[in-house]
Design a binder for this molecule. Structure first.
Ligand SMILES: Cc1cc2nc3c(=O)[nH]c(=O)nc-3n(C[C@H](O)[C@H](O)[C@H](O)COP(=O)(O)OP(=O)(O)OC[C@H]3O[C@@H](n4cnc5c(N)ncnc54)[C@H](O)[C@@H]3O)c2cc1C
Length: 301
């Protein structure tokens, strides 16, 4: 079991990893910097000391610094996280597992919605975002999962213990699912569909799903699992307290669950690089203090 798994490879995850690695902790940062929105920034003018740097250069330099100080960086995604054996276990996109004493969530803030009519209105009323939380409502029922990647596959596999009537909709995209997960989906007889959702129909409860080719499905429930697992998905799986769409933390970056920390865009507030780096520093130092049994810690070297 390593000391800390950092989920997310943007400014917050990188800062946390650098602090922990410099303190001699074993830290693994998981995520692809190329999938960070910041990669598109042509010129950053408000990050101290690096006026004019591009988002890509900043992320490249950050990833190199993470490596230089000895944190491991896995260019994959986390599809599931849970408490286990006095620590935490995360499942990766290739279905492998990794265990750590602590977790830092630094997944940024990216709302993952289909953008279909009535989606917001019906969330919690037939449309859900977490199989671990709401899956049990759909025992032996017909369920659609919307998403084209490993996170959607993982949610479908988890749900297949409860119902055999599952379809994954890629929402008009190509499927991109790791072979290990694909095998499990096939064994569970999960069906695939490429259709794009345009409307969820229902007043008080989801009744119908309409697609761009004018076809429709009548499921009992829908689970949204677009892109990678979001901060909200991890919060639901781990029982983290939220403030609106953000993970609630204290000044030390601690969540309400001991051993789980959060930093950056996923905690809400100012969506700026400096804020994410600062919170990554806080979370990293909190892990250092916890695991080394310290009340104070400064890195002044
Ligand atoms: C075009 C653009 C320009 C910007 N310009 C500026 C600017 O000039 N100045 C400024 O201060 N801010 C700017 N920002 C905002 C800045 O990018 C964010 O505030 C900052 O990147 C947030 O850092 P973060 O580490 O919290 O999250 P992010 O940068 O969003 O990083 C999150 C990381 O987590 C990864 N991830 C997500 N889910 C998973 C998962 N399940 N498993 C593994 N990894 C996962 C993502 O791939 C990503 O690597 C800009 C943003 C954009 C989009």
């Amino acid at each position: 079991m390593i000391d800390c798994i950092v989920i997310g490879a943007g400014p917050a995850g990188m800062a946390a990893s650098i602090f922990m690695a410099r303190a001699g902790l074993s830290a693994t940062m998981i995520g692809d910097p190329a999938k960070t929105g910041l990669i598109k920034a042509q010129e950053v003018g408000n990050f101290l000391g690096l006026d004019g740097i591009s988002g890509k250069e900043l992320l490249d330099k950050g990833a190199a610094q993470v490596k230089k100080y000895g944190a491991e960086h896995l260019l994959t995604e986390v599809v599931h996280a849970e408490p286990r054996d006095k620590g935490f276990v995360v499942k990766l996109g290739n279905a492998k597992e990794l265990a750590a004493k602590t977790l830092i969530i630094a997944t940024g803030l990216k709302p993952k919605t289909v953008g279909a009519v009535n989606e917001e209105k019906l969330i919690g009323r037939g449309i859900h975002t977490c199989v671990a939380c709401d899956g049990p409502f759909y025992k032996n029922k017909k369920v659609l999962i919307i998403g084209n990647g490993n996170f959607a596959a993982e949610e479908a596999i988890e749900l297949s213990a409860l119902t055999k009537d599952i379809m994954i909709f890629s929402n008009g995209k190509e499927f991109s699912i790791a072979p290990e997960l694909k095998k499990k989906l096939d064994a569970a007889n999960v069906k695939y569909d490429l259709r794009r959702v345009v409307e969820f129909v229902g007043e008080k409860k989801l009744e119908l799903v309409k697609f761009s080719d004018n076809s429709q499905e009548k499921p009992d429930g829908v689970f949204l699992a677009l892109g990678s697992a979001t901060a909200l998905a991890f919060a639901q799986k781990l029982g983290l307290e939220m403030e609106g769409k953000a993970i609630k933390i204290n000044r030390e970056g601690e969540t309400n669950v001991e051993g789980v920390y959060a930093a950056g865009g996923c905690t809400g507030g100012n969506y700026q690089i400096s804020k994410s780096v600062g919170e990554g520093c806080n979370a990293g130092i909190s892990v250092i203090k916890k695991l080394k049994g310290l009340t104070e810690y400064e890195d002044l070297t």
